[in-house]
Design a protein around this ligand. Structure first.
Ligand code: AHR
Length: 498
């Protein structure tokens, strides 16, 4: 099977905002307790943060981490999580039917992100609470000193303001599962007022309004339009969330799912631009794809979980080779749309539908999806190039015209680096990829990294990695022609440089 692509250094889509390599930690399952935080573990530091987990997060180079939810945030009182730890209340978390001990809260989490080389993307509760609690949290986090909330922060040992720049106005407010779900009109109004007072408290912040919980919601489209009618002038981004599953074990169809992600992005972009046109605005609202991943393996097990325990093992999907390919296609889709998708969060980061898993008292280990994310985050920064690509196509149960080749190229001019990411969706045949590369005089072939396992259902575990990157000797660059062989069902990173 053959694939062709053309890469020209002047055909640019846009600059990658590094925040598209964000992730997410929710107070859910073992993400916080037993994930990033496990006092007494031999790898934990003096604050109880697992250094082995921090090491893996640093390998992924995650610039922002969304926190504290997710569904959790819609019932969260942020005040419960600050001040003396021994005085903090244990509360029922109605989102996940678990107990929240509040041992980790805003200040601890911000400290964790510093240690992990990251920053917080903070969500406020627009479910049970509203503008008042939201603007108080902005004042607590970002105001230097001399007000009740900023001085309370200082009395909690945080003298310097946290300066959190990116804030989410609630979470999935259209979902019937949300604590205090709202209609689009109700949400639009409260989000607009919360946004207004939050920006008055700190004009330097950026805000994300909730879009639909996914593209299959009955109100998808109308929700975005109506919400934007209320918040357009106040917000900077609208959110998109999407999880894919393969419950019926139809791999060709599963591998085509990123086409749906692409169409979701294009539709929401169109709705934002329609809202812009209607108000003759000069301002553009961009997209925050702040939850994306594969999520389905754990669904049956989660129904049997005992309620009202602390940090139960929830949403602990164990990812396969095919999941890594889907994650790779989703990453390529985000990169291709980098002109409008400015923020994206792999949901989530540790233990809960995550690239990083931990054993209680034991190891931290990398799931299959760890690697495409790591490669994209490490090599996918710079200018995204529009690269026309052709390959044979196939139809599946839900999608038609799925190209066997999914690919994009990113040029980092500051480092003289050109990286091609490519997935071969063909399960049986290798693909001989021929790329015509223009405007890269002096570049040479550096390496071709492959993620591949002939068993599409293979998984990693604490005992070993069946799915890990291996170098390939298949590539060659002669003049402006690059030839590489992509194994069947593989994720590929082809790196050129000076
Ligand atoms: O990431 C898990 C959950 O998925 C989040 O809490 C919620 O926002 C979404 O439904």
């Amino acid at each position: 099977m053959k694939g062709k692509m053309t890469i020209h250094h002047e055909f640019s889509i846009g600059e990658v905002d590094k925040r598209i390599y964000g992730s997410f930690i929710e107070h859910l399952g073992r993400a916080v307790y037993g994930g990033i935080y496990e006092p007494g573990h031999h790898e934990s530091d003096e604050r109880g943060f697992r250094k082995d987990v921090i090491g893996l997060v640093r390998e992924l180079d995650v610039p922002i981490v969304r926190y504290p939810g997710g569904n959790f945030v819609s019932g969260y009182n942020w005040e419960d999580g600050v001040g003396p730890v021994e005085k903090r209340p244990v509360r029922q978390d109605l989102a996940w039917m678990a107990l929240e001990p509040n041992q980790i809260g805003t200040n601890e989490f911000i400290e964790w992100t510093r240690r992990a080389g990251s920053e917080v993307m903070m969500a406020v509760n627009l479910g049970t609470r509203g503008p008042d609690a939201a603007r108080n949290l902005v004042e607590y986090c970002n105001f230097p000193r001399g007000t009740a909330w900023s001085d309370l922060r200082r009395s909690h040992g945080c003298e310097a303001p946290h300066n959190i720049k990116l804030w989410c106005l609630g979470n999935e407010m259209d979902g019937p599962w949300q604590i205090c779900r709202r209609t689009a009109a109700e949400y639009g109004r409260i989000a607009a007022e919360a946004a207004k007072v939050m920006k008055w408290a700190d004009p330097s912040i950026e805000l994300v309004a909730c879009g639909s919980s996914n593209d299959q919601m009955p109100s998808f489209g109308n929700w975005e339009s109506e919400v934007l009618d209320h918040v357009y002038d106040q917000v900077d981004y609208i959110s998109l969330h999407l999880y894919f599953g393969n419950r019926d074990n139809d791999t060709p169809n599963f591998l085509g799912k990123s086409l749906e992600m692409d169409s979701f992005i294009r539709t929401v972009t169109g709705i934002c631009d329609l809202a812009k046109a209607k108000r003759r605005s000069k301002k553009t609202v961009n997209l925050s794809f702040d939850e994306w991943n594969v999520w389905f393996h754990s669904k049956d097990a989660d129904e049997k979980i005992e309620k009202w325990t602390v940090a139960p093992s929830q949403l602990e999907d164990i990812y396969t080779m095919e999941d890594a390919l889907v994650a790779g296609c989703m990453l390529i889709t985000l990169i291709k749309n980098a002109d409008r998708v400015r923020v994206a969060c792999l949901a989530q980061l540790v233990n809960v539908i995550a690239p990083i898993m931990t054993e209680k008292g034991g190891k931290a280990w990398r799931q299959s999806i760890f690697y495409p994310f790591m490669h994209a985050s490490k090599y996918g920064r710079g200018t995204v190039l529009h690269c026309p690509a052709t390959s044979e196509k196939y139809d599946s149960r839900e999608y038609s015209d799925i190209p066997y080749l999914e690919t994009v190229a990113v040029h980092d001019q500051t480092r003289d680096a050109l990286t091609i990411f490519a997935v071969n969706r063909n399960l049986a045949e290798p693909m001989e990829l021929e790329a015509d590369i223009y405007g890269f005089a002096g570049y040479r072939f550096l390496e071709h990294i492959i993620l591949h396992n002939p068993d599409i259902h293979a998984v990693n575990s604490p005992h070993g990695e069946k799915i890990k990157p291996i170098p390939s000797a298949s590539g060659k660059l002669e003049g402006s022609r690059l030839d590489v062989s992509l194994p069947p069902a593989s994720w590929n990173v082809i790196r050129l440089g000076k």
